[in-house]
Each structure stands twice: as C-alpha cells, then as structure tokens.
Write a protein that binds this ligand. Structure first.
Ligand code: HEC
Ligand code: HEC
Ligand code: HEC
Ligand code: HEC
Length: 355
C-alpha cells in the first residue's frame, strides 16, 4: 500500500502538526509500505520526514537534499516478485530546474528499474507526464505504474502509456486505487480497480478509535471547552448582521444559499475543527473563533466575497469591481474540495439579483 503524498494540511492553532501526526498514526495501523512527498508536505519541512520515520514508515523521495529517514527508492520482495517504489516528490519551486536534481532523478530511476520486476513511480513532483514517459521509455525503461498527485485527481480511469499504467489519484481518501499484477513469463497483466471507501469498506476499529480521539482532541482545543465564542461586528470581522440594515435584499437571497449554512454543516457533523473551519467560517478565518448566531446562519458570509469594499457606511459609492469577488472563489473552491466547480454557473447562483 503506497501513498504519493499531500497527506495533511498545515494548519495554524495550538499544534499545527496534529493532523499530520494523526494521519501518520493511521497509516501505521494500516501498514503502509511507503509514502511520497507532495507540495503541501514540503511545507512541514523536516517534521514531515521525522513524523513518518518515528512510526517506521519509509518516506521515498529522489532529492538532492538528504533528509533523515528518507530513501530515494525501496524494493520489497512480495512472494518472490521484486516490487520497487521510487518517488519524484515535490521540491520547492526555486529548485524545479536544479541540474543535480534532474540528473539524480534519472540515475535513481534507472537504478530502481534495473533492480526490480515491478516498478511503482510516485509522482507528486508531476515530472512523469505522458510525454516524459514516452521520451524516456527506451533510455531508462518505463515504470509499470505511476501514482501521481493533485494534477491527476480529475482522471476518471487509468491511462496506458506504452508499458505504463498511469492511475487516477483520489482526494481526501475517498477511494483507494488497486492494481492487480499478474506475471506470466515476461508478460505483465495489470488490472485496475477503484475501491470506494465509504460504500464498500467497513471501518477498522483501531483506526476509527484513533480518528475519533483526534477529532475529540481538536474539538476540545477549539470548540466546547472554549465555549464557541460569539464574535461581534465590532471586532475585525464584519458579520453579515451588520450589513442587513442597508442591504436587506442581498441578505434575503444569501440566506437561501449553502454559504449561509456552511458553519451549520460542520456543526452537524461534529467537525467544527481547525482542519475544516477556515473555508466554512469567515469568523474563524479572521478571528480564530467561531460565531454561533441565534438564527443558526453563518459561515461563508458577505465579508468572504466583499472584503474589498469593507468597511463602509452610508456615504459609500459603488465601485462595481467584480474581479475582486471572483478572485475569492478559488480560495475555498479548490480542485480537491470542489472538483465540479463551474465558476460561471456558480457566480450566477450566488449573485443576489438575477438567477
Ligand atoms: C470562504 C470560503 C468560500 C468562498 C470564498 C466561496 N465559497 Fe462557495 N462554498 C463554500 C463552502 C464551504 C460551500 C459549501 C457549504 C455547505 O454546503 O455547507 C460552498 C458552496 C457553494 C455553492 C453551492 C454548491 C451547491 O452545489 O449547492 C456555490 C454555487 C458556490 N459555493 C459558489 C461560490 C462562488 C461563485 C464564489 C465566489 C464568488 C464562492 N462560492 C466563494 C466556500 C466558499
Ligand atoms: C479548502 C476549503 C475547504 C476545507 C478546508 C474544507 N471544506 Fe468542506 N467544502 C468546501 C467547499 C468549497 C464546499 C462546496 C463543495 C461543492 O459543492 O462544490 C464544501 C462542502 C462541504 C460539505 C457539503 C458537501 C455536500 O455536498 O453535502 C461538507 C459536509 C463539508 N464540506 C465538510 C467539510 C469537513 C468535515 C472539512 C474538514 C475535514 C471540510 N469540509 C474542509 C471547502 C472546504
Ligand atoms: C459567494 C460570494 C458572495 C457572498 C457570500 C455575498 N455576495 Fe454580495 N455579491 C456577490 C456577487 C457575485 C455580486 C454581483 C456583482 C456583480 O456582478 O455586479 C454581489 C453583489 C452585491 C451587492 C451589490 C448590489 C447587487 O445586488 O448587485 C451588494 C450590496 C452585496 N452583494 C451585498 C452582500 C451582502 C450584504 C452579503 C451577505 C448577506 C453578500 N453580499 C454575500 C457575491 C457574494
Ligand atoms: C450604513 C449603510 C451600509 C452598511 C451598514 C453596509 N453598506 Fe454596503 N453599501 C452601502 C452604500 C450606500 C453602498 C453604495 C450603493 C451605490 O452606490 O449604489 C454600498 C455598496 C455595497 C456593495 C457594492 C460595492 C460595489 O462596488 O459594487 C457591496 C458589495 C456592499 N455594500 C457590501 C456590504 C457588506 C458586506 C456590508 C456588511 C459588512 C455592508 N455593505 C454594510 C451602505 C451600507
């Protein structure tokens, strides 16, 4: 079982690495063979490598900068078949064209290829594009399986490039990809299946207990014990309530949208925790506290889209800068949280006048 990377978010708060540690604990319980390194993971710095090392899970990453506990590739003997795992992990943008790194990728890749029967390439660095695979097949050999990163979450089915099967990657563990490899003589027959986690897999009691403990710890750090603080409009955050007197019709329309219920969504799931709140609560984003209003509304609020004209009063004159509004959407409607987001249709749905 392998994971290409981007396993947790780096969140503010009392212990910003708590989510990473929880994920690593869960991976240990699930006996992961190896993890790669994604663009979000590198923001954890050395903590990322240490967290997995402490739990005995190898991090694979072809990088010129050696990190403690990291290996460029590894080989596992599975029933007499040598399975290699090599990883083109993410590197900071300023090292993208680093010559030593490029050279090392080729060397390590070719060595891993020579030493195993089945080679899995973890590609959070988005190096192994279709073109790369075609160009290098003759020189260095092809990987058998490529597990990519964020750039491949929209793939619906695997893609065959020469000898290589490029598999789709899931987000938030919604599904696990499974490839069965049958070796007959020199032929490899690979079959891909997508295992939907929610529908077909029962919770593993140990992992579930661990996840619940993590959630509980997060809630007590922010929610219950700190008795959800009500943020008033006087603070840095402008609550929707302060807009109602002058913009009632916009308020009446906003009230009917999912945005107005975004905090409620988390409360109902008992997930009003820092991992989720920044996109579901404007109050949390701005004040690190949540605003629980008597009308149960709130979350993605007027200020989430209109901060460019705030604050203002009765003497304000319209600017009509819609670009500033549009620029807010992708902050929360990211590819992984909102894969079907259609900016044009969505804009029509949230603007208060026309439908
Ligand atoms: C601060 C984060 C944030 C910003 C900024 C944001 N959204 Fe959202 N949006 C959300 C969340 C969270 C939900 C889901 C709320 C829920 O269901 O609890 C959502 C839901 C929606 C929905 C409803 C989806 C559905 O299927 O019903 C639409 C449409 C939408 N947003 C459009 C937009 C547009 C257009 C913009 C920019 C003008 C925008 N959003 C800006 C966080 C945000
Ligand atoms: C990067 C911003 C972001 C983060 C972080 C985030 N969400 Fe959301 N969430 C969204 C957006 C945007 C939507 C609306 C998705 C859509 O309909 O396109 C959404 C929708 C939802 C929905 C409604 C889905 C549905 O269709 O019913 C739930 C439930 C939800 N989020 C829970 C969570 C939980 C739990 C967490 C934390 C583990 C979380 N979210 C973290 C942005 C985020
Ligand atoms: C998800 C983003 C979003 C949220 C949340 C939001 N608005 Fe808007 N708002 C828009 C868009 C889009 C327009 C239309 C801009 C245009 O195309 O002219 C708009 C326009 C407006 C205008 C200009 C007049 C008009 O109706 O076109 C006012 C006033 C306004 N919003 C107030 C509010 C208030 C008050 C709230 C909270 C109750 C709110 N908005 C919440 C996106 C949002
Ligand atoms: C005391 C009255 C008052 C309050 C309170 C108020 N506004 Fe306004 N707002 C105005 C006036 C006046 C205009 C300009 C209308 C015009 O020029 O047609 C305006 C315009 C806007 C526009 C249009 C901006 C543009 O350039 O297109 C937005 C968006 C807006 N307000 C959002 C808000 C939000 C969000 C709040 C609450 C945080 C809020 N307003 C609170 C009076 C108010």
């Amino acid at each position: 079982m392998v994971e290409s990377g981007d396993v947790a978010y780096l969140m503010g708060g009392s212990k910003p690495t708590a989510q990473l540690e929880a994920v690593a604990d869960a991976f240990k319980l699930m006996h992961y063979t190896a993890v790669g390194v994604g663009p979000i993971d590198i923001r954890f710095g050395e903590t990322y490598y240490k967290t997995f090392k402490d739990r005995g899970i190898p991090v694979v990453h072809v990088d010129v900068t050696e990190h403690d506990g990291v290996q460029p590739y590894l080989i596992k003997d599975i029933a007499g078949v040598k399975v290699g795992i090599v990883s083109f992990g993410a590197v900071p943008p300023d090292r993208k064209d680093d010559f030593d790194l490029l050279k090392r990728r080729y060397l390590v890749f070719a060595e891993a290829r020579r030493n195993c029967d089945v080679l899995i390439l973890l590609d959070q660095g988005s190096v192994a594009t279709d073109d790369w695979l075609e160009r290098n097949a003759n020189r260095f050999g092809s990987p058998d399986i490529v597990v990519g990163g964020g750039t491949r979450i929209l793939m619906q089915a695997p893609k065959q490039i020469g000898q290589t099967m490029v598999v789709p990657t899931s987000t938030q563990g919604m599904y696990v990809g499974r490839v069965d490899v049958e070796i007959v003589g020199t032929e490899k027959k690979m079959t891909y299946a997508r295992v939907e986690m929610e529908r077909t897999i029962n919770d593993e009691p140990d992992v579930l207990a661990m996840v619940n403990a993590y959630m509980e710890q997060q809630r007590s750090a922010w929610g219950r014990s700190a008795a959800p603080a009500v943020v008033t409009a006087a603070e840095a955050f402008s609550s929707y309530q302060s807009c109602i007197p002058c913009h009632r019709s916009q308020y009446e329309q906003w009230k009917t949208t999912r945005h107005a219920a975004a905090l409620r969504t988390l409360m109902d799931q008992n997930k009003a925790i820092p991992d989720c709140l920044p996109c579901h609560s404007e109050a949390f984003k701005r004040t690190a506290r949540i605003a629980v209003n008597p009308d149960q509304l709130g979350g993605v609020e007027c200020a989430s889209c209109h901060s460019n004209v705030l604050p203002h009063g009765a003497d304000f004159r319209k600017r009509g800068d819609t670009g500033a509004i549009r620029a807010q959407c992708p902050e929360c409607h990211t590819k992984d949280r909102s894969p079907d987001f259609d900016p044009i249709a969505a804009y029509e749905a949230v603007k208060h006048t026309g439908k």
